[in-house]
Design a protein around this ligand. Structure first.
Ligand SMILES: [Ca+2]
Ligand SMILES: [Ca+2]
Length: 630
């Protein structure tokens, strides 16, 4: 059985651990990832706003009716009231221009404005704000001002690329008043009106917030520049520090490591460290909210709140969105001692596992993903047989099925991946829609629980452990009738083993790494006369034999890749003919040498696969060999 489309390598295969990349990468950013031009709208990397939906990796605007019904009334800049913040934001997302004005109903003549004072140009100055329900405009305090707020203010003023992070400080202007506005934004608001304003009383003089908004004219890239997806240039040192300097978050989405006060999500995204354990999942991989016991929340200062906390409202809307319940078993089993490979599953261990049965028996496994849908491999199915397939759920042993547990469903429809290629196994996935019983609204599978469908490819990283289950075949190709499960690790760079049969975009590769067989003694190398290749070559060049022996030893080193061995071999061979030329200087000898060497290398490339695999099998031990029961 080939379970899902995932390219699972159940057999142990031969990884090269030895290869060390020679270039030391000092960069924090991942180049390949940057080429994908991820932004705050790339839902493979970050969550969409609650007024957006994730479609094929991009956040798109929801229609207002798709918002949760609960919420408080808000007023927009066009003087219209909306039943909820989500509805106003989804409409703004669809038709930018109308922005958020205030929480609550509209007030006659209500106006919010941001202006820059005392600057040399229109794009810079001290930030002054007039709140909707305040009579006079007020300056913003510097102590509350950060790149987050600066970006929002500039966007609000019409500077699409936000604030200039390099030229932040303008002047040291202080005012006599002990009052200024404190503001707090999340950084992705479209208007400063959405941020929370508070007034803090203080006896001291306060510095005022100033800003330089980003204009392309004012900036030219240097060697030290990082280019944001929106075209803005920031200093490289500002990439991967958890602060959204770009304004479109593109400086924080492709990070091998994070620095400053930031947290590194498994998805290679840097988020501000205050988002760790704040009760909201910020990493798409969820790791910012893992292990949060004992994490104390910071006590809030006593302040006078002037505007509603729309960020809290955003979080509330997020919590109202429908959540899929998946991937959690009804009962937990005690973890077994043996965790590697092919253990027998018990009923209820994999409540999403189904068996797809045709006339011959269960030919493939499938995964129940909720509703009436089962996910399986495209190569398992044939459209013409749709109505003959049975879907067996709650099945463990299909030769002796437990009649009281088993539920049999029937296929109604099959949808193949539109780009499925039966020749290369690219996009080898298909969906089966099960028939609904009578006039029921949905399929009812009493003892099945849907598995979680990954919402981002970044959920799974090399070396992550995955659990696989299925019926499959044994080592000796015998059919298995009882459900088995095992753990495998995801492996990067699988093209090494599969060459051009592995398609990085569509496939994941998993397996277990081999380790050297204890006490293994390689057979003595036999020079170039190896009958394995079917050719006997000996033209009396001793160094040729040396290359052949070296190559034999390389093949027998557990974990060495065939490619690496062959490359070393080629290098060794090419050296010989150069030496022949140097010492003898005879053209015909050199030609004979080159012909021999070419023939030898060609035979290694084309016929060396089996000898390589045989040698590796002898030298390595795989996890499955530990077991006696498979
Ligand atoms: Ca940054
Ligand atoms: Ca969080």
């Amino acid at each position: 059985m080939k379970l899902l489309h995932v390219f699972l390598l159940f057999l142990c295969f031969h990884l090269s651990f030895c290869k060390v990349t020679s270039t030391f990468q000092e960069d924090r950013v991942e180049k390949k990832c940057l080429a994908k031009k991820y932004t705050h709208l790339s839902c493979n990397k970050v969550f969409c706003q609650p007024w957006q939906r994730c479609i094929e990796g991009t956040c798109v605007c929801k229609l207002p009716y798709q918002c949760p019904k609960n919420g408080t009334v808000v007023c927009a800049t066009n003087g219209r009231s909306f039943p909820t913040y989500c509805q106003q934001k989804s409409l703004e997302c669809l038709r930018p221009g109308t922005k958020f004005l205030n929480n609550g109903t509209c007030i006659a003549g209500g106006k919010f404005s941001v202006s820059l004072k005392h600057g040399n140009t229109d794009s810079e100055g001290i930030v002054e704000v007039k709140l909707v329900d305040q009579d006079k405009a007020m300056f913003v305090c510097k102590s509350s001002w950060s790149m987050r707020e600066a970006n929002v203010a500039c966007l609000d003023l019409g500077f699409q690329q936000g604030a200039d992070s390099e030229r932040f400080k303008l002047s040291d202007l202080s005012i006599n008043s002990t009052e200024c506005l404190h503001v707090h934004c999340r950084g992705l608001e479209t208007s400063l009106a959405e941020c929370t304003f508070t007034k803090r009383r203080t006896m001291d003089y306060q510095d005022l917030a100033d800003v330089v908004c980003y204009t392309q004219k004012a900036d030219s890239p240097t060697n030290d520049s990082f280019q944001c997806v929106n075209g803005k240039y920031i200093s490289q040192t500002k990439a991967c520090d958890g602060i959204n300097d770009c304004g479109d978050q593109s400086d924080e989405l492709c990070c091998k490591a994070c620095h400053g006060r930031s947290f590194h999500c498994k998805s290679d995204v840097c988020i501000p460290s205050q988002y760790r354990c704040n009760g909201e999942v910020d990493c798409i991989t969820g790791d910012d909210e893992v292990g949060c016991e004992g994490f104390a929340s910071v006590a809030q200062e006593e302040t006078e709140i002037l505007t509603a906390d729309m960020d809290a409202e955003r979080r509330r809307i997020k919590s109202l969105l429908p959540k899929l319940s998946c991937g959690v078993k009804n009962r937990m089993h005690v973890r077994r001692k043996r965790i590697v490979g092919g253990k027998l599953a018990k009923l209820g261990d994999f409540p999403w596992q189904v068996g797809i049965k045709d006339a011959k028996g269960i030919t493939c496994g499938g995964i129940y993903i909720g509703g009436c849908w089962v996910l399986t491999a495209a190569h398992c199915l044939s459209a013409s047989k749709t109505h003959r397939y049975q879907i067996w759920t709650t099945v463990v042993d299909w030769i002796h099925p437990s009649i009281k547990d088993i539920v049999v469903e029937y296929a109604d429809r099959i949808i193949f991946h539109e780009n499925y290629n039966a020749g290369t196994y690219q996009n080898d996935i298909a969906l089966i829609k099960m028939k609904k019983e009578g006039n029921k609204k949905d399929c009812e599978l009493p003892r099945s629980i849907p598995a979680c469908v990954p919402w981002s490819p970044y959920l799974f990283q090399p070396d992550d452990t995955c659990i696989i289950s299925g019926w499959g075949r044994e080592k000796d190709n015998e059919k298995v009738f009882s459900l088995r499960w095992g753990e495998v690790k995801l492996i990067s760079n699988c093209s090494k083993f599969y060459g051009n049969r592995f398609y990085e975009k569509e496939m994941e590769c998993a397996g277990s790494k081999p380790f050297p067989r204890y006490g293994y003694k390689p057979s003595p190398p036999n020079g170039c006369g190896s009958p394995l290749f079917g050719v006997h070559l000996n033209i009396g060049i001793p160094s040729l034999t040396k290359c052949c022996n070296q190559h034999d030893r390389c093949y027998e080193t557990c974990g060495k890749s065939k490619n690496d061995c062959d490359e070393e071999f080629q290098y060794c061979l090419s050296k010989i003919c150069r030496d022949v030329q140097k010492t003898l200087g005879l053209t015909q000898h050199v030609q004979a040498c080159e012909t021999t060497v070419e023939l030898l290398f060609d035979s290694v490339i084309h016929l060396g696969c089996k000898p390589y695999l045989d040698s590796q099998r002898a030298a390595c031990r795989c996890h499955y060999e530990e077991k006696t029961d498979l």
